[in-house]
Design a protein around this ligand. Sequence first.
Ligand SMILES: Nc1ncnc2c1ncn2[C@@H]1O[C@H](COP(=O)(O)OP(=O)(O)OP(=O)(O)O)[C@@H](O)[C@H]1O
Ligand SMILES: [Mg+2]
Length: 364
Amino acid sequence: MQAAAASAPLLHVRTVWKKFGDRVTAAGVDLQVGNGEFFTMLGPSGSGKSTVLRMISGLEQPDGGRILINGEDVTDLPPWRRGLGMVFQQYANFPHMTVAQNIGYGLRRSNLDRAALRERVSELLDLVSLPGFEDKPVTKLSGGEQQRVAIARALAPRPRLLLLDEPLSALDEKIRREMQVQLKDIQRATGTAFVYVTHDQEEALTMSDRVAVLNWGYLVQVDAPQALFRQPRTKFVAQFFRGSNVVEGRFIGSGTQTVFDCAAFRLDCGAVANPANPPAVAIRNEDIRINAHSVGNVAEGETAFDAVLERVVYRGIYTDFQFKLADGQIIVASATTNQDLASGARVRLAVKTDRIIPLHAEPS
Ligand SMILES: Nc1ncnc2c1ncn2[C@@H]1O[C@H](COP(=O)(O)OP(=O)(O)OP(=O)(O)O)[C@@H](O)[C@H]1O
Ligand SMILES: [Mg+2]
């Protein structure tokens, strides 16, 4: 038992199922989180993120599967016996208390004497960049400050895992972006593992060591931000991250000899287990190179194809060029440099072949 616990992950959500009526909100979700990891569950509204988080916390019971912490099965333990901290979208501070009293509440079971308590509160306020805020009434603080108090309170008893459900979504854009960086700093400084829920792709990519993408209760892909962004597994993941094209076609051949074929180009793609239906590939907008001539150069390792420019959309730092392929599919190329092109221009587009990503079927 001891040896098993030593090698067990900090958190193991083991094949967890949950249904509300006939709506499946967690479909055999299986994931592991390591010590000190910033792990994010990302997905659209209703995909089951909060449900999975609530099952980890003990606020919700799974219909099937187990929750293990350090190898110990906690599925039947109440929330307060799981050694976890929680932060929600609403600030959830006690409005009639000062900042110090709010944070101290998180330490009520710790038996610290007054001096030690004061020291721990001050240490936590430094951690969340609110030094000297002890005696302020918590309701006099801004939204971002109140949320930092809530985070300090949740971290006060040194939980083995902190669960956060969209903690920044009530804040305005500018504060939210600042807080993303701060939260990551706080997480690094404490070394506490975070399981973070958001529907905001940028937030997930900014802060996380790994991201799990959820859709309709299914875990679609778990990867580091870069890998998720550059190697989407399914059409859903590719389209969830802005700036990706999905081009449909068909796979010819079988086994390790598959070729993806659409009206614009053909691509050797080897073995594609469980391909998307209809077959499709993802190409990021910024991976498409625009040749202003229909007979433009094609470099080693590139796939090239013809397209007709339909529309130019200026986006500030970059410009989106919307092209129509031979079969009518639309593909968008983003470029930071000015392209002297008018609508109707026939051009040759080129993509590094390894940046054309064959997509897999959605889990079901
Ligand atoms: N207690 C409940 N009773 C009935 N249905 C519920 C309950 N909790 C969640 N659901 C349903 O389960 C589905 C998933 O909900 P959940 O709150 O987990 O999604 P979410 O990914 O957190 O969404 P959001 O981004 O909107 O917070 C939704 O359709 C929701 O209506
Ligand atoms: Mg939710």
